[in-house]
Write a protein that binds this ligand. Structure first.
Ligand SMILES: [Zn+2]
Length: 479
């Protein structure tokens, strides 16, 4: 071998090999570090998807999500993101999409629902399914509840896929129908029939956002749902004798029912301060002056809850979290003014705190009604889901993202008065958190299930960013 050939070989090893190696590792191989994203372009793209998604009328009933899910599926297919749809009943379609991580580690689930409650168009400034942009808001039924969260999950998956990021934990999104009717044909059906299709380590769902001025707090408070009140619906029936309205009788079914309901409603169940509520109030106490600070710190002391509900805990939606509640929601009887009907019925919406024994509660209701002529039928039994922990990887990640993306805001573990699909995951032991990273004052929250629901484009953008950040915190490679 002459010196010239040795020189050429040396040159090859020193210069060309590293170049060839670099080309190989950058071609099609996953990245551990995300490249810089063009957030402006992503936001603009998301706004287009959001508006089209809102324009599908997915009113529940009938909760037909087939076309809306076909639309989201087409976006995922175009990006090459693995996905699958499931149909529980005609038109009730769920969608699961995923970017896999290493085997053996369960993924993070970003969950939302596509169905919406009905909207009376004549009460709205804009068409409920027009998704018009006005005053910096997108106006549509479902803008907050809960289509925006679906778009935040979608954009997160798109951003991860496009950057080809190597995950240490997979991420998936699931969108369900039927949440607004209890989820029997949506998340509950998926959990019962297709658990293996998503089987997550943690779930992030609706149920909590950032609220300015909550309980007098100057900063924004993120109420992150770790639990919810449990639905217990009862139907009451009294049968008696029909008769002439001109002859009052004490066995008139209306009288029996009204008197019994009066005994029941007059006395709501006692206060019971759950550990979740106590923890939340202790964190609020630190932001208050005396005496509310003392009251909130000692809510389990006798009479302290009575004092607090006259002051700082006056709002009804907060009181509802301090006891099992009974709401009289339906009364049905009679068909003519001069006829005593043979039947009178009522429905009562009870919501139980975590830990309340439903059999004991039913006995309590029966005792208060105190009339054997009343038949009680259980319309829906409460779930037995345990609250999710306020510690661990997912909880810590939520706190980190709020600290980073919403500087000066606090995180409070919370319980919702209404039910969400999270309970079907908690029943499987999956820590599930109600956390949509947007900021909503009460005046905007009131529009949910009301008229003129809307979401600001600013909120949509910050929600996408924070959902992505949260996902990277839980699923991305450690720095
Ligand atoms: Zn919802």
């Amino acid at each position: 071998m002459n010196r010239r050939r040795i020189l050429i070989m040396l040159l090859f090893f020193l210069v060309l090999l590293p170049v060839v190696f670099a080309i190989n590792t950058n071609c099609g191989e996953a990245q551990t570090q995300p490249s810089k994203l063009d957030w402006n372009a992503l936001d603009e793209e998301a706004l287009g998807y959001f508006r089209t998604y809102l324009q599908f009328d997915t009113t529940n009933p009938p909760s037909n999500t087939a076309q809306a899910m076909a639309y989201i599926k087409a976006i995922l297919d175009k990006e090459g993101i693995e996905n699958e749809t499931f149909e529980s009943k005609l038109g009730m379609v769920s969608l699961v999409a995923k970017i896999r991580g290493p085997g053996g580690k369960k993924p993070l689930l970003l969950m939302s629902h596509a169905d919406v409650v009905p909207a009376i168009a004549s009460n709205w400034f804009h068409s409920p399914f027009g998704a018009d942009i006005d005053e910096g808001f997108v106006w549509a039924r479902g803008a907050i509840d809960n289509k925006a969260h679906g778009i935040m999950a979608l954009m997160t998956l798109l951003a991860i896929k496009r950057q080809n990021i190597l995950l240490r934990r997979g991420v998936e999104m699931m969108i369900n129908p039927d949440e607004e009717a209890g989820g029997a044909n949506g998340a509950q059906w998926m959990a019962a029939n297709h658990w293996d299709a998503f089987d997550p380590a943690y779930a992030i769902n609706e149920g909590g956002e950032g609220e300015p001025g909550w309980l007098g707090n100057k900063n924004i408070t993120f109420l992150v749902a770790v639990s919810e009140k449990r639905v217990f619906w009862l139907h009451l029936t009294v049968n008696g004798h029909a008769g002439h309205g001109s002859v009052p009788r004490p066995d008139n079914p209306n009288l029996i029912l009204v008197n019994a309901l009066h005994r029941l409603i007059e006395r709501q169940p006692d206060w019971r301060i759950t550990p979740i509520f106590a923890e939340a109030m202790e964190s609020v106490a630190a932001t208050q002056s005396f005496p509310p600070s003392f009251e909130l710190d000692h809510l389990s002391w006798p009479f302290m809850a009575d004092l607090a509900v006259k002051g700082i805990l006056r709002p009804y939606d907060i009181r509802a979290l301090m006891h099992d509640t009974i709401s009289l929601t339906m009364l049905n009887s009679g068909y003519k003014v001069n006829v005593v009907p043979s039947e009178a019925t009522a429905a009562i919406d009870c919501r139980l705190l975590p830990g309340t024994d439903s059999d004991m509660f039913l006995r309590h209701v029966r005792d208060l009604l105190d009339d054997d002529r009343i038949t009680i039928d259980v319309l829906q039994k409460p779930d037995e889901a345990e609250p999710s922990p306020t510690s661990g990887e997912a909880w810590d990640a939520i706190k980190d993202v709020v600290a980073r993306d919403f500087k000066g805001s606090s995180v409070v573990p919370w319980m919702t008065t209404g039910g969400t699909d999270s309970r079907f995951l908690r029943e499987h032991g999956v820590p599930s958190y109600g956390f949509v990273p947007i900021i909503l004052p009460p005046s905007e929250i009131e529009r949910v299930h009301g008229d003129n629901e809307r979401l600001s484009i600013e909120n949509l953008n910050r929600g996408i960013r924070a959902t992505y950040d949260l996902t990277m915190e839980i699923c991305g490679a450690k720095q």
